[in-house]
Design a protein around this ligand. Structure first.
Ligand code: GLC
Ligand code: GLC
Length: 812
């Protein structure tokens, strides 16, 4: 069953009923100001950091679901009926409801008793504000006398404090109202230099800033007293709960349309110019007013919408493909790329499953996000790499997370996730392959953001490399620390305390438990580093890295191979995990995918053997589960993984992030049919038809789909913020379609399904636009390439100095 459809032409998903199984959301904003918005206008906004600079309030896990939003109420002043065109909060029966989620904007609208209202929400590029463009049309044959009420509830900045520190916060709230603008200035009188504002383009009939006045005592958002009565109270909030609501009266002739603009924004003043007059407590509005006026103007709003559209056309234009599969085309050309931008921006901080309070930017997460993002805006990827590297410690280890506002490592979570450092090498290598900008390696970067510790980025990579070698266990495999990629395989934790954090508790010395996954990752990363060293003509270093990779590979051969597949780890007692000898958890996806991606087993049949075992034990029609058999009880020596009921999350859920590793492994063994089959199983667009089972958005990947041991097999959770985005993008574009940036140039090595006649693609790479026309002449994967009419040996397109290059590829 479906709840909408894709409009590929407009790059939108069109939701045709408001009661989707879960709120289906979108993201507004690109750089500093962000918003989450659901198909019924739920969500919230923040400046840079969803925890520390939250503008509007949202109530996670509330009933009804999805509460707090950008709500408009309309009131028919003749019949006194009122409704919300976005369905929530009033939930009236609307005619022709649609929500169009597009790239950086959402349009939500409906008709009720002949009055159509459609709101376009977006954040203009480069601004710290959002525009709500509300178009209202009277389709009746008689004039309509309407009232429009806007509403937001302001958050008192720190979202955590806002939700907990009521004894203080009920007394601190302050506002100013001037013309049609409501200014939220809580704590501006003391240490904050920033305030929020909510402006309206039309003359006001009234306004409210105190929630109780707007809603009425003991009333809910679905029946605000002010809307019911059709009269604002012009309340000025002193403490309690700050809201912003404008009231505009609109008299519309038959068939008349009017547009009302609202602007919600964030503004900072220099510390010494906060007040105007200076000795007063009144906000200095000199620099904010021109910004507000600009966006209350219809022509400027149209222009900003166009700029946003063009921006996305250009970003997405870096790679466009036409394959025989519409789900592939749609995901690669539009939605997967878009999701990669969102994961780059948010890491794992703010979604409808991540509260924005718990987590900042993850070190391993953000490095992996680069894989799917770097081609779109290399300059931002470069900055991100430098920010991440600056949270690395002198030991080579890294803070597991950092706060985006301060860019400082998060002490509460700390470090010792022993896979973290290696991902930096892969992130940097992806950047180099895309851009050829070797200068980044010389960029001075501090350790732990400490003064006087700056070293070239290249040395950070060397320390990442050393970090693993400095921490080897009894078998010579890397020690796992708190966890490797799998946050929930906590082999040194041994927690018996309810509520204790599995990630930050370490009750064992940590000198025994080893990770085969990190071993595979190390082989991959060390070989990448060797190629980077080659390019820098550092032959001795390249040899050192290669030797270390080869040695680790030998250790994996000796202690990491289980006979049919790769082991996962050794626990704190030196016992095997992920072995046929185990009672539960005999085979895991991660070490198998990673070892094959690192090239291990590709020449001796072990890769095929492993993939056969993966297919037999782990594959389901909804994707590949993380391990089998699922843990049926809590194992104190394994940690959080066994805390989840079987089939969910890391305990044998389909953890989508890991599925592309198997797709890539299949592609590396030359089997395009199998790689593409796995790709299609979790492709959200291909799952659209079963939206009632899948439940999450059909246009983006979710972190997890419940596994075969779960009661709800096939049900997705934790949509949007997941490494699944970047890795699937990598698997389909670089390994299946085979358009792969390398240190030596752009490579074309497709491993596509045998029944595909071919595909075409356009790729902008280092300033050159490549047009690929791939045609199958036989079932194999051998590439014969003709570049601008000239046959060329190999599969790397040579640089010719031209800016447009036509590459014909025959595959057979
Ligand atoms: C989440 C985390 C990621 C981790 C994964 C597996 O997606 O963000 O860092 O690798 O879970 O535990
Ligand atoms: C990862 C895992 C999740 C775990 C969390 C701990 O996100 O996916 O299962 O609870 O890490 O921070």
């Amino acid at each position: 069953m479906k709840y909408g459809h894709f409009d590929d032409e407009r790059r939108e998903y069109v939701i045709s009923r408001p009661d989707t199984p879960l709120p289906w959301i979108n993201y507004l904003g690109n750089e500093d100001y962000f918003g989450l918005i659901s198909n019924t206008a739920g969500g919230y906004s923040f400046y840079r950091d969803a925890r520390l600079r939250r503008l509007t309030r949202y109530r996670y896990n509330n009933a009804p679901m999805d509460f707090g939003g950008r709500y408009i109420y309309l009131r028919d002043n003749d019949s006194q009926q009122y409704w919300s065109p976005s369905w929530q909060p009033t939930r009236r029966d609307l005619e022709d409801y649609t929500c169009r989620h597009g790239l950086g904007y959402s349009i939500i609208g409906s008709t009720f008793k002949g009055i159509e209202a459609r709101t376009t929400y977006f954040v203009p590029l480069g601004e710290t504000l959002e525009v709500w463009k509300v178009e209202i049309t009277n389709h009746r044959s008689a004039p309509a006398h309407l009232s429009v009420f806007s509403s937001v509830e302001f958050c008192l900045w720190d979202a955590n404090d806002d939700a907990t520190n009521f004894q203080r916060n009920f007394s601190t709230g302050q506002v100013e109202v001037e013309d049609t603008v409501i200014y939220h200035k809580t704590e501006y009188r003391e240490r904050r230099d920033h305030f929020a504002y909510f402006a309206c383009s039309e003359p006001l009939a009234g306004f409210d800033t105190q929630r109780e006045n707007f809603l009425g005592a003991y009333r809910d958002w679905h029946e605000p007293l002010v809307v019911e009565k059709g009269e604002s109270t012009n309340s000025i909030a002193h403490g309690w709960q700050i809201v912003g609501s404008h009231h505009v009266r609109l008299d519309l002739a038959a068939n008349e349309t009017r547009t009302v603009f609202f602007v919600l924004g964030y503004h900072e003043n220099p510390r010494d110019q906060k007040f105007d007059p200076p000795a007063s407590q009144i906000i200095n509005k000199r620099t904010v007013k021109p910004v507000i006026e600009h966006y209350l103007n219809a022509a400027h709003v149209e222009e900003a919408l166009n700029v946003l559209r063009n921006y996305w056309t250009e970003r997405l234009g870096v790679l466009q493909v036409t394959t025989p599969d519409e789900h592939t085309n749609r995901m690669v050309n539009i939605w997967n790329a878009y999701q990669c931008m969102v994961t780059f921006n948010m890491s794992r901080s703010a979604s409808y499953f991540e509260s924005g309070i718990g987590r900042g930017m993850g070190f391993r997460d953000s490095n992996q996000d680069l894989l799917g993002f770097v081609h779109m805006i290399p300059a931002r990827a470069r900055q991100r790499i430098l920010d991440l590297a600056a949270t690395q410690m002198e030991s080579g280890g890294a803070y597991h997370q950092y706060q985006p506002l301060t860019k400082r490592g998060n002490d509460a979570v700390g470090s010792n996730f022993n896979d973290d450092p290696a991902w930096l090498i892969l992130g940097v290598s992806a950047y180099l392959k895309e851009t050829g900008d070797w200068s980044i390696l010389n960029e001075p970067v501090p350790y732990d953001n400490k003064l006087n510790t700056k070293q070239p980025l290249y040395e950070h990579l060397q320390r990442s490399f050393r970090y693993t070698l400095d921490r080897l266990g009894p078998h010579g495999l890397p020690l796992i620390g708190r966890a490797d990629w799998n946050d929930c395989l906590n082999l040194n934790c041994f927690s018996e305390e309810p509520g204790e954090s599995f990630q930050t508790t370490t009750n064992r010395e940590g000198t025994v438990a080893e990770s085969v996954f990190i071993a595979g990752l190390f082989v991959l990363a060390a070989n990448e580093l060797a190629s980077i060293a080659d390019h820098q003509r550092l032959a001795d270093e390249a040899t050192l890295y290669r030797e270390a990779a080869a040695k680790m590979q030998g250790t994996i051969d000796q202690h990491g191979w289980d006979g049919e597949w790769f082991l996962r780890a050794y626990n704190a007692f030196g016992q095997k995990i992920g072995s046929h000898e185990c009672e539960e958890g005999q085979i895991f996806i991660e070490s198998n995918g990673m070892c094959i991606m690192a090239g291990i087993g590709l020449n001796d049949g072990r890769a095929e053997k492993t993939l056969a075992a993966v297919e037999q034990h782990l594959a389901t029609p909804h994707g590949i589960v993380l391990q089998q058999p699922a843990f049926s009880r809590y194992y104190v020596e394994l940690g959080e993984i066994s805390s989840y009921p079987p089939g969910y999350k890391e305990n044998a859920g389909i953890f989508c992030h890991t599925n592309p590793w198997i797709m890539i492994a299949e592609a590396l063994t030359g089997r395009g049919d199998r790689a593409f089959d796995y790709y299609s199983r979790i492709n959200p667009s291909a799952r659209e038809a079963i939206s009632d089972v899948h439940r999450c958005e059909p246009y983006v990947y979710a972190q997890m789909i419940a596994g075969k041991d779960a009661a709800t097999h096939g049900e997705a959770k934790n949509s949007w913020l997941t490494g699944t985005a970047a890795w699937n993008f990598t698997a389909i574009t670089q390994h299946i379609l085979g358009i792969q940036p390398t240190l030596n140039g752009l490579q074309i090595a497709p491993v596509i399904p045998t029944d595909w006649p071919g595909f075409t693609a356009t790729r902008v790479y280092r300033g050159v636009t490549y047009h690929f026309d791939v045609k199958r002449s036989g079932p194999g994967n051998t590439v014969a390439m003709v570049v601008d009419g000239q046959p060329v040996a190999g599969n790397i397109v040579p640089l010719t100095g031209k800016t447009k290059v036509i590459v014909e590829v025959t595959l057979g």
